[in-house]
Ligand binder design. Structure first.
Ligand SMILES: C[S@@+](CC[C@H](N)C(=O)[O-])C[C@H]1O[C@@H](n2cnc3c(N)ncnc32)[C@H](O)[C@@H]1O
Length: 290
């Protein structure tokens, strides 16, 4: 008996549809991120020692690991909905709770009319949640490596200091950027620099209880909960000395999030590298303020 030929499905005759690009596994993106951070630290240490040939070799290893582009692609995976999502959602949530943004309308503020200025340092996308408030928040996005329109290629540490309030910001986002800085002194310098970009004058006079100007700050949780040189008390002490008061905080299983208001002028104090605890598997993340 002749075998009946199976009917071909309709889709069989259609031209191939372009498949979405393969996503990295979370293990692969973690490895890329960790290797990039480790090599960046080794590179900075070699440069500090004046060991040019090691620095060149490490720079080649960074490129072999995919360089900053692969690092950013791996970081973007972490912004996927199923991997924690876009951290600026929490910034929006906290700004709504603080009555800076209206939870019911993206085109108006809860109180006050002045357009707010936000600087996002280390911006991977111009379409994150905070960017949806374009009619009330004027966004300036910068990154060491711009990934597209709306993001300026700029090292925050080289951004010219503001000379007037029009060049300062009401909101600064520093999400997963401080841990990119390869050395402890550099991290302290970055935090000190942030205070110079916040627009105290305008926001402080708007309403007595205004939360502005704010710093939205995110770090990998192990930087504060598993470091020999930093814990939350020490971190909040450093931020307090720089003039910041914590308004909100939240921990997820991997990250810690903070919203700080700049309430005071920075104190002329320092924070040294000091071992505060020890144990197997702890890391050496540290912030030094000179
Ligand atoms: C892990 S990604 C974080 C991206 C995003 N903010 C987030 O929370 O997912 C860190 C980004 O910070 C950028 N970055 C690090 N140091 C910087 C600096 N000094 N100035 C501007 N961008 C910086 C890196 O290029 C990288 O794109």
């Amino acid at each position: 008996m002749a075998v009946k030929k199976r009917q071909k499905t309709l889709s069989h005759g259609r031209p191939p549809v372009s498949k979405p690009k393969e996503r990295m596994t979370s293990e692969r993106s973690r490895t890329i991120i960790r290797t990039h951070h480790r090599l960046q630290k080794e590179h900075a240490a070699a440069l500090k020692k004046g060991d040019v040939s090691s620095a060149e070799e490490i720079a080649r290893a960074i490129e072999k690991n995919g360089g900053i582009k692969m690092y950013q692609a791996a970081s973007k995976q972490g912004q996927a909905k199923d991997r924690g999502g876009d951290s600026s959602k929490l910034l929006v949530d906290w700004l709504q709770q603080s009555k800076v943004l209206d939870p019911k309308a993206r085109d108006r503020r809860s109180a006050g009319n002045a357009e707010l200025r936000c600087l996002e340092v280390g911006a991977l996308s111009a379409k994150n949640e905070i960017s949806k408030y374009a009619s009330v928040i004027n966004m300036t996005r910068i990154d060491l490596n711009s990934q597209g329109p709306g993001i300026e290629k700029q090292d925050f540490m080289e951004r010219p200091l503001p000379t007037c309030d029009d060049e300062r910001f009401d909101i600064i986002s520093l999400s997963l950027v401080l841990n990119y800085v390869p050395d402890a002194v550099g991290r302290g310098e970055m935090l000190k620099r942030i205070t110079k970009f916040l627009r105290k004058g305008v926001a402080w006079t708007e309403t007595a209880d205004s939360v502005l100007p704010v710093l939205f700050f995110v770090l990998p949780l192990p930087c504060v909960d598993n470091s020999r040189y930093l814990d939350e008390d020490l971190f909040l002490g450093i931020m307090g000395d720089l003039g910041f008061t914590m308004k909100f905080s939240k921990n997820s299983s991997k990250l810690c999030y903070y919203l700080f208001t700049l309430t005071n002028e920075p104190k002329a104090t320092t924070a040294e590298k000091r071992k505060i605890r020890d144990g197997p598997g702890m890391n050496n993340f540290c912030i030094v303020v000179e």
